[in-house]
Design a protein around this ligand. Structure first.
Ligand code: TYD
Ligand code: MG
Length: 471
């Protein structure tokens, strides 16, 4: 029999190539292509004859719907991110950078669930039993009834899980350590990771146990990232955060049983992760409202409003090409706002370095932050602080117009709750909260915003004359 041909698979995106190459055509990454055996995987191999298909009964869209049975952890930020707890028979993937706190979070969840009399099995492929015990001690979870195993072989794990009573929740930490006898490639390759995850998904569907898989996000592509299995699982959550900061955000990017765009916010302490039920207070905690260049953005994360400070520093450059440095925001979006400021508002920034930072390591992806960012930039350039009790939101278009954004009322309500009494928001925003005493200033376009801020600079006698032209 002819030797089966091997194939070359990119460990980053899973693209299959006929021969090895330094760079993947699919995702453009370098050094991510690894030789793998295409015949590997559960149920494959010589001697397997495809069985004859069985007809399934077709049904209609209307009919009875059962509410997905869920396992609540009691950790409300985690339950919020999963859409109300782990669903029985479903598989959740939790991805994140190494060391961000995935194992910590799941150990806490496991302990909380086992205290609620659920049968929880924690399979650690990365740490030895003693290490996991040590962590459990630090987290005050050592006295819970979580069942622990340190194992990486897929067949052994499945045999262990199938023994005894069905578990309510199984945690596999991590998918990159899984290896199966049926696949020929090395652990951590796309084939091994996919085979392992497939086997776990099959177990969850067959037994009705909820399953949580941990996946490390890798930049180098040495091991397969969680992306290669995202499509197979029921829900995908990413645990994000900045190593230099204490808080962590659990973000839902896919959920077959609940809403996406929800976040759970945690704070890392020496006793593990602590829930943060009011993120705005956390993000505004160290605020210095009197300095120029700081604006508070009233943002939304799913159904929850989040207030966060945007900080800008605009300073004359000493370089031929001025610097643009951004943390926590899209740099091409910043370039766009700078271009609109130059083209429509006569604000010259060609001779200025621009630094932009979102307070506390938070990441904003909403275009609604445009107005807060433009305000912070203009405020820093003019050297005049923005009103301390104002929030800002609104999307800016290339024409300089300020576009309305969704959920205006919720943003304003949160701002009022936290003691802000005014807002600069897009004109013709529909749903302003009724009966509120806030000073809601509607901004038509970007020149209007700039002239308001520059106007207050004039009043203070601080106008930077060479940068603001009179049009
Ligand atoms: P860990 O959960 O092991 O990360 P992951 O599984 O995502 O790789 O978390 C590791 C980091 O968390 C480590 O740098 C130490 C820190 N940590 C605390 O600060 N407090 C704690 O109570 C624990 C258990 C960990
Ligand atoms: Mg870990």
């Amino acid at each position: 029999m002819a030797k089966p041909k091997t194939q070359f698979v990119c460990q980053n995106c899973g693209t299959v190539h006929n021969r090895w190459a330094g760079k993947c055509d699919g995702c453009g990454e370098w050094n991510t292509i690894v030789e793998e055996d295409p015949m590997g995987g559960i149920g494959s191999g010589p001697g397997k004859v495809p069985k004859k298909g069985r007809a399934v009964t077709l049904t209609t869209l209307s009919g009875e719907i059962e509410e997905a049975p869920r396992v609540h952890t009691g950790i409300s930020e985690l339950d919020r991110a999963t859409g109300g707890g782990f669903v029985r028979g479903s598989v959740v993937l939790i991805g994140g950078d190494p060391g961000i706190g995935k194992s910590t979070l799941l150990m806490q969840a496991a302990a909380a669930l086992s205290r609620r009399k659920h049968r929880i099995i924690y399979v650690s492929g990365e740490e030895a039993v003693a290490q996991v015990r040590l962590r459990a001690q630090r987290l005050g979870a050592a006295d819970s009834d979580v069942l622990l195993a340190a194992e990486t072989n897929v067949e052994d794990i499945l045999a262990t899980l199938a023994e005894d009573k069905r578990p309510d929740l199984v945690i596999i930490d991590s998918i990159q350590t899984l290896w199966s006898d049926t696949a020929d490639s090395a652990p951590g390759t796309v084939t091994q990771v996919r085979t392992g995850v497939q086997a776990m998904i099959r177990f969850a569907k067959q037994t009705g146990a909820a399953m949580v898989l941990v996946g490390h996000v890798t930049k180098e592509g040495q091991i397969a990232g969680p992306r290669v299995v995202e499509h197979m699982v029921d829900a995908v959550l990413y645990f994000e955060g900045d190593r230099g900061h204490h808080y962590r955000i659990l973000r839902t990017v896919k959920n077959r049983f609940g809403p996406t765009d929800e976040i759970g916010v945690f704070e890392m302490s020496d006793m593990g992760l602590r829930e943060v039920s009011n993120p705005s207070e956390l993000f505004l905690g160290e605020r210095n409202a009197k300095s120029p260049g700081a604006a508070v953005f009233a943002g939304m994360e799913g159904t929850r409003p989040v207030l966060v400070e945007v900080q800008a520093l605009v300073a004359p450059t000493s370089l031929g090409t001025p610097r643009r440095a951004v943390v926590g925001w899209d740099s091409s979006r910043l370039a766009m706002i700078l271009a609109v400021l130059e083209a429509h508002c006569g604000v010259r920034l060609g001779q200025h370095d621009v630094y932009l930072n979102i307070a506390g390591g938070y990441r904003i992806s909403e275009p609604a932050a445009d107005m807060a960012i433009a305000s912070a930039l203009v405020s820093s350039l003019a050297g005049v602080p923005l009103p301390a009790d104002f929030v800002f939101f609104g999307e800016i278009s290339l024409s300089g117009a300020v576009r309305p954004v969704s959920q205006t009322a919720q943003r304003l309500k949160e701002a009022e709750k936290l003691g802000f009494s005014g807002a600069m928001l897009p004109a013709s925003s529909a749903e302003l909260p009724k009966g509120s005493k806030g000073r809601w200033t509607e901004i038509e376009d970007l020149p209007d915003l700039v002239s308001r801020i520059a106007g207050s600079a004039k009043k203070l006698g601080k106008q930077a004359e060479d940068t603001f032209e009179d049009d």
